[in-house]
Design a protein around this ligand. Sequence first.
Ligand code: GLA
Length: 428
Amino acid sequence: MMDGKSERKVQYEGKLAGAELHLSTRRRPQDNPTQMVAVRAPAGEGALPARNPLPSLHKVRDNGLARTPPMGWNSWNKFASRIDDATVRSIADAMASNGMKAAGYTYINIDDTWEAGRDAQGNIQTNKKFPDMKALADYVHSKGLKLGIYSSPGPNTCAGYEGSYGHEEQDARTYAAWGIDYLKYDWCGARTLYTDEEMPAVYQIMGDALLKQKRPIVYSLCQYGRLDVWKWGAEVGGNLWRTTGDIRDAWDSMTRIGFSQNDLAPWAKPGHWNDPDMLEIGNGAMNETEYKTHMSLWAILAAPLLAGNDLRSMSPEILAILTNREVIAVDQDKLGRQGQRVWQSAASTATSTNQEIWTRPLSGGAFAVAFFNRAAEPSTISIKWADLKLDGKWKARDLWTHQDVQLTAPDYSVTVPPHGVVMLRLSR
Ligand code: GLA
């Protein structure tokens, strides 16, 4: 299967038992297997529905939401299909009480696998993992948090569940009635019916449908950055749009995504953000230094901060990374400008990567400066302030040690651990 632009091989083991095919697969060798049962369908069932005509394009009004990048949690990275009502409630409990809510995290987003089919009137149904979505939303709201949900513009979602195709307005009404505050809308199933060039019109249908609801609903586009979505995502009503294929809890995946966002900076602005995908912080396959790099890079990128780990059982160290308020303040800076690379060490090879300096302009004339060491050995990174059109006469604060720093001029050097970062905030 295609994972963004790269091919991912997935092996399924299957056993035919009468009219049922019992399938089992693992996303990664260390994961528990995902079990599926395929049932023989009557002839003709499962054929593609007819293509609905597409609306002509117009500019969808800004919904006024997400003036800073959304912060919250999403179920997919850690739980995938093993998410249910009880887990969502306990994650909301954790977020409300562990300091994350106080640090700005708000959205509890249910990803794929909550959907069942439709009733006789075409209303989307929840499956037995989510017995009462309205009650769940009420519960999450009672914690002072917001609830997000997931669907696809296609007949089915990426995981093969019911999509919103042909029921867009009806689904938007249902979400609003349930008390949903955020929708992630994932292309997957739509690609069997529409071409990439038709994406803006397809996404506009749901953009319009959400705006018609009395309830404010953040609109998150997920189509892996195809067709340069950053150029049209805001016009179809998007508050954020994924810019890449799926992230994995791995240094290579996280850095390949994070460090490739430089050219997209001009399209990020209050209400409309590039989304390099959800956080993997705390999922276990990177070390704490690497997770600090992940958090710092996402903050420099003005990226949504959607934690993707089990908030109920993380270590104090992981919680401290996710709730570092000085780094969050960079991410959430009101100016809403995405940072960019200002310097990179000599060309990297496949085996030895490099050092990079990124800056992000902040409100009040301040700057965030991040010194990233992508190499596996410690590295001393130096900057000539003049090259950044700055001088050394700034007040500086180290956002990970939480200490004021004395800058030197005209050069300044820091030693950065392997795969690490030093992140400063500069102000007058
Ligand atoms: C796609 C998305 C993921 C996740 C899954 C769910 O792969 O990119 O973020 O939502 O679908 O099936």
